[in-house]
Design a protein around this ligand. Structure first.
Ligand code: ADP
Ligand code: MG
Length: 305
């Protein structure tokens, strides 16, 4: 359903999304997992057609979103990180009415859809109260309800559970699971337990790069404390990164420019025996003219990436 090819987004010198490629299929719940600043919102904004990319392509149902923004927008229901402040003085019904009209719906069809999304998201009891007076849990449900208007195929939810208490979060997860039976869902979060609770497949992002795309169970193994290799190489960061990507040593790594013509790289080993990886790294960098100054194994804590 969505194909993302070499997607890159730069804000000035900041590379928020770095050469990202992935595919997602119809009818599943996908998680986008990453710490703050990993690039989750940027990717979701681009897929939802709200932000241009610097490079790369995104196709939704075969349709290039940058060349057909209007056609694609109809396929997507987007709940951004924050509800617009403007809607706070509306009731959910009024807000849904204006969103529906903006999406080109009207009359009886719109009323029917409003009733249906109110029912689905469980906000019937508060539909006539001003949004600003609702609990965060209900506000987030209103955000989901507006995303569902217009019969989209893909629902994009950007960290919808931030700020919810435990009970509200569990209820929200139930809502996402229910929606997952009807829609394809892309859902972002910064906590592993949350994507584990609701998603079938998870993309792990670190500093704008896709470092893993797997089931929550497999990702859990990857995120556990494990062996890693640390080295410092005489090369610019871009050259070290390019070699890391080209040789596909491990999906989980990060690099830091040391500012003296060297780059330090920390690579997570997914296998127990890391000797083979150690040798491959050493040989590849030295054969490509990048001398290694230091190279050690160390334990990488869970969640470091
Ligand atoms: P996340 O949603 O995972 O927290 P974002 O996509 O919001 O990550 O941000 C990714 C990176 O891009 C961060 O380093 C952030 O500071 C930067 N960034 C996001 N939006 C802007 C912007 N409008 N201008 C400049 N930098 C931005
Ligand atoms: Mg974000």
């Amino acid at each position: 359903m969505i194909t993302v090819n070499h997607l890159t987004k730069c804000y000035g010198n900041c590379i928020a999304v770095d050469d990202l490629s992935f595919e997602i299929q119809d009818g599943h719940i996908y998680g986008v997992l990453g710490s703050s600043g990993a690039g989750k919102s940027t990717i979701m904004n681009i897929i939802a057609g709200c932000l241009p990319a610097t490079k790369g392509w995104v196709y939704i149902d075969g349709c290039d979103i940058f060349n057909n923004p209007m056609a694609v927008r109809r396929l997507i229901g987007y709940f951004p990180e924050h509800l617009p402040l403007l809607c706070m003085n509306d009731t959910p019904t009024e807000y849904l009415q204006s969103v529906g009209e903006a999406k080109g719906m009207k009359g009886a069809d719109l009323q029917k859809q409003i009733d249906s999304v109110i029912e689905l998201t469980g906000i019937g009891s508060v539909r006539k109260r001003m949004i600003s007076t609702l609990s965060k849990g209900y506000k987030q449900r209103v955000g989901v309800a507006q995303a569902l208007l217009g019969n989209p195929k893909l629902i994009v939810l950007d960290e919808p559970t931030v700020g919810l208490n435990l009970i509200q979060t569990i209820e929200f997860h139930n809502l996402i699971r229910k929606l997952g039976e009807m829609y394809t869902i892309l859902f972002s979060s910064h906590t592993f337990s949350e994507v584990q609770a609701v998603c079938e497949q998870v993309m792990l992002l670190s500093k704008g790069r896709l470092v893993a795309f797997d089931t929550p169970d497999n990702l859990g193994k990857l995120l556990k404390e494990s062996n890693g290799i640390f080295f410092r190489v005489k090369a610019e960061k871009a050259a070290a990164d390019a070699l890391m990507k080209e040789k596909e040593f491990s999906t989980v790594w990060e690099s830091t420019d040391q500012g003296d013509g060297t780059t330090s790289v920390c690579v997570k080993a997914c296998e127990d025996d890391i000797r083979e990886l150690y040798c491959r790294l050493f040989l590849s960098f030295s054969r490509n003219g990048m001398s290694i100054f230091e190279m050690t194994t160390r334990t990488i804590q869970a969640g470091q990436f």
